[in-house]
Design a protein around this ligand. Structure first.
Ligand SMILES: *Cc1c(COP(=O)(O)O)cnc(C)c1O
Length: 339
């Protein structure tokens, strides 16, 4: 695939030679028995980074989100999230399937809502007709919102509403480092606002497998139990955890480059006759709209004939995701094609 400029997703990132070396020589053991030194090191590293009591290495972001939702709720409870949320749209109905919860959707601004929106959607707990509102989930950055970042002050207000109404607050931080590197907010300050955060290591950070879940010791102990019952107890997982640790130690700062690349291409796209609008670019995702109401497929095929792979996001929308596989040469090639 080395000829392709692959912008379909930051999940297509491949491990570097140095990352593969780290993985090949990682000390391993049986992680179900807590004896994999590399997994233990990764979990300790993440807990320290986010200032939480504990962390849990999970096989995917879907798994870590679904575990968190399950631990925070009881069947019949209600979960508040955005209508654009990955947990609602892209996790195979997992909230209903794994946790038996109903979902209250908020249509916000590019997947972001306010503390007032949360207040407006909490059910009266004294009315036995209504499901008990139990959990609020936000997604930072918002995938379907074109990589939009949440306002940290609004997060703090949402946290306050949650504390006052006995609700847990979970963050689907699949691309949280993209948000933090841009806002300058420290992982510790950010994590202090949440009961749990899930972070993907297999996206822009470039590890081959896995997500990390952070939270209190009690929450992580319950999550470890739930991970096992969901079939996520892995054995010599240090092989893949070593790639995840390498990613965290080497590939966080460089996310800035992906954001610069995304901003660079967005100004080029705005001048293209077949493109009518581009969502504001805040991080590594660019979503643009074609002039024709069903133009996404035609645009994707034209790009493909020029060695560029993108992902359709509806009939007239195309998504591009920038990542560590897109270097300066490929950026210049990409810009040439659009010009
Ligand atoms: C990718 C992603 C996830 C998790 O995806 P997995 O493929 O299961 O690792 C969760 N939330 C968002 C917003 C994502 O983009």
């Amino acid at each position: 695939m080395s000829n392709w400029i692959d912008l379909r997703s930051d999940t297509f990132t491949l491990p570097s030679d140095a990352m593969r070396q780290a993985m090949a020589f990682a000390p391993v053991g049986d992680d179900v028995f807590g004896e994999d030194p590399t997994v233990n090191q990764l979990e300790k590293y993440c807990a320290e980074l986010f200032g939480t009591e504990a962390a849990l290495y999970c096989s995917s972001g879907t798994q870590s989100n679904q575990i968190a939702i399950n631990v925070h709720t009881q069947p019949g409870d209600e979960v508040i999230c955005a209508d654009l949320a990955h947990i609602y749209i892209y996790e195979g109905g997992g909230i209903a399937l794994n946790s038996g919860c109903s979902v209250r959707l908020i249509s916000g601004n590019l997947g972001r809502f306010s503390a007032q929106d949360v207040l407006n959607n909490i059910n009266n707990k004294n009315d036995i007709h209504l499901p008990l509102t139990r959990l609020v989930c936000i997604e930072d950055t918002v995938n379907k919102g074109g990589g939009a970042i949440w306002d940290f002050e609004e997060i703090k207000r949402i946290r306050k509403v949650c504390l006052e109404n006995n609700l847990s607050l979970h963050c689907d931080g699949a691309r949280l480092f993209n948000a933090l590197i841009e806002s300058g907010i420290s992982p510790k300050d950010y994590a202090a606002q949440f009961d749990s955060i899930s972070i993907c290591l297999s996206k822009g950070l470039g590890a081959p497998v896995g997500s990390i879940l952070v939270g209190s010791s009690e929450f992580i102990a319950k999550s470890r139990r739930r991970r096992k019952s969901m079939g996520g107890g892995m054995r010599q997982a240090g092989i893949i955890a070593a790639g995840a640790l390498f990613a965290l130690q080497h590939n966080v700062e460089r996310l800035k480059t992906d954001h610069q690349n995304a901003k660079r291409i967005s100004s080029v796209l705005m001048n293209h006759p077949e493109i009518v609008s581009v969502l504001p670019v805040e991080t590594n995702i660019v979503i643009f709209e074609t002039r024709k109401s069903d133009g996404a497929e035609e645009m994707i095929n034209w790009l493909k004939s020029n060695n560029i792979l993108c992902f359709p996001f509806g009939k007239n929308k195309v998504r591009m995701v920038f990542h560590l596989g897109i270097n300066e040469d490929l950026m210049n090639e990409l810009i040439n094609v659009f010009q």
